[in-house]
Ligand binder design. Structure first.
Ligand code: SF4
Length: 363
C-alpha cells in the first residue's frame, strides 16, 4: 500500500474485517522476508473486555496471526503492557490471549517484566522494551477512542505500552504530548489496523462505547492519527502530540496528502448508546442511520458539549439517516441522505469534524 493511503472497512465482524484489510493492503508483501521478527502491539490498557470500548478486539489479533502464518511468517510475538496500576497478565487472561498464545505458538511479552533500552530523543530519555526495539516489523493494533488528558488516543499514543512503568510515569509528569512524539521517533511502526468498532467517547478506560463499526489500515501513524482525530470530532491541530510529531518528522502530518479507499459501504446497526452518549441523543432525530455516520455525529456533539457550545443548538432538529433520503426539510441534515435539507453536512459518512464545524457555524 502507498504510504499516504488509509483503507477503510465497515462491518460487525472484527476477524473478517481485519483479514480483508490485510489482504487488500497486501501486508505479506510489505513485510517481505518470511524470517523477519514481527511484533503485534494491541491496546490492553486495562483488564476489561473489548465491549467496554477500551481494548483491542482479540479477534483482530487472531486474524493477524492467522494471516501471517498462512503466508509463512512464523517469528511472531505479542508485546504489550497495561497502564501503571494494572496487571498485563490479567489483561492477557481476561481477553483470551493465553489461549491464543498456546493455540498459535505465539509468545506473549509483558513489557513490565522485559529488559529495556534507554533511548534519548530531543532531550527526553525513555526506557523502551528491548524486544520491541529488536523487532523487524511492528504491527500496531490501537483502539480509536477519547482520552481524558490528550483528548484522543490511537496509533501514536498506543506505543506507550512499550515503555517501562517508570518511563510511563515520567511521560505523565512531562505532560504526555511531547514524550509521545519522541517515543514515535524512537520506535517505528510499520503497519496499523485501527479498531474503531466501538471506541470510548471520552475516556481511555472505556465505559461509554460509541458504535461506529469500522476499521482503518495504514502505514503512517501520524497521518493515521490526523485522520482519526477528524473521525471523533477534533482538528488534528487540537491534539498536542500530533503537533509535536509533525515538528519531529514522525510521518506525514498534512491531511491534504491523504488518499482513502473504502472497501465497502457503511452499515446500519441500531444504536445502543449508553451514559453520556445516550444523553447526547436528545439532539438527534435518527431514521435508519449508518453506524459510522451516527457515531461521528455523537462524537461531534460531545466535542461541542465539552466546549460549552451545545446548549446553543437547543430547539434545532438535527436529522440523520437513510430514511430522510429525498426529503426536503427545514432542519439540519447530516450526510448525503439529507442533501435536500436547508442546512446539510455533505459526506457519506461525513467526518465528525465536518459535522462539528457545520454545527458550530450555525450557533
Ligand atoms: S449519509 Fe446516509 S448512507 Fe451515507 S453514511 Fe450517512 S446515513 Fe449512511
Amino acid at each position: 500500500m502507498k504510504k499516504n493511503e488509509i483503507q477503510i472497512i465497515y462491518g460487525k465482524d472484527p476477524y473478517d474485517m481485519a483479514f480483508k484489510l490485510m489482504e487488500s493492503c497486501d501486508l505479506a508483501s510489505m513485510i517481505g522476508d518470511r524470517d523477519r521478527k514481527i511484533g503485534l502491539k494491541p491496546n490492553l490498557i486495562t483488564s476489561s473486555t473489548a465491549d467496554h470500548g477500551a481494548v483491542t478486539h482479540p479477534e483482530i489479533v487472531v486474524a493477524v496471526i492467522e494471516y501471517l502464518q498462512d503466508h509463512g511468517f512464523r517469528n511472531i510475538r505479542i508485546i504489550e503492557s497495561s497502564w501503571v496500576g494494572d496487571n498485563t497478565r490479567r489483561a492477557f487472561a481476561v481477553n483470551g490471549y493465553n489461549e491464543i498464545s498456546a493455540k498459535y505458538n505465539v509468545p506473549l511479552v509483558d513489557v513490565k517484566t522485559d529488559a529495556y533500552d534507554r533511548i534519548t530523543i530531543d532531550g527526553i530519555t525513555m526506557e523502551i522494551s528491548k524486544q520491541a526495539i529488536d523487532l523487524d516489523f511492528l504491527i500496531n493494533l490501537p483502539v480509536l477512542k477519547g482520552h481524558c488528558q490528550t483528548l484522543m488516543t490511537c496509533a501514536l499514543k498506543n506505543m506507550k505500552g512499550l515503555l517501562s512503568d517508570r518511563s510511563k510515569r515520567q511521560f505523565h509528569s512531562l505532560g504526555l504530548h511531547k514524550p509521545i512524539a519522541t517515543l514515535n521517533k524512537a520506535v517505528r511502526q510499520d503497519f496499523i489496523i485501527v479498531d474503531s468498532l466501538n471506541g470510548d467517547l471520552d475516556f481511555e478506560e472505556g465505559g461509554t462505547p460509541v458504535y461506529s463499526y469500522r476499521m482503518f489500515a495504514g502505514s503512517d501513524p501520524l497521518l493515521m492519527d490526523c485522520y482519526c482525530a477528524t473521525q471523533i470530532g477534533f482538528s488534528p491541530d487540537e491534539i498536542g502530540y500530533i503537533r509535536y510529531s509533525r515538528q519531529l518528522g514522525v510521518g506525514e502530518g498534512d491531511l491534504s496528502k491523504l488518499s482513502t479507499i473504502e472497501l465497502n459501504e457503511a452499515i446500519c446497526i441500531p444504536s445502543r448508546s449508553t451514559g453520556r452518549a445516550k444523553s447526547l441523543e436528545r439532539y438527534v432525530k435518527e431514521d435508519s442511520a449508518c453506524s459510522a455516520c451516527y457515531a461521528n455525529l455523537i462524537n461531534a456533539l460531545a466535542r461541542m458539549d465539552e466546549n460549552g457550545d451545545l446548549r446553543s443548538l437547543s430547539g434545532r432538529d438535527i436529522c440523520i439517516g437513510q430514511g430522510y433520503r429525498g426529503k426536503s426539510l427545514h432542519c439540519i441534515g447530516i450526510g448525503n441522505c439529507t442533501g435536500l435539507f436547508d442546512e446539510n453536512v455533505p459526506g457519506c459518512p461525513p467526518s465528525a469534524t465536518a459535522i462539528r464545524e457545520k454545527l458550530e457555524s450555525l450557533i
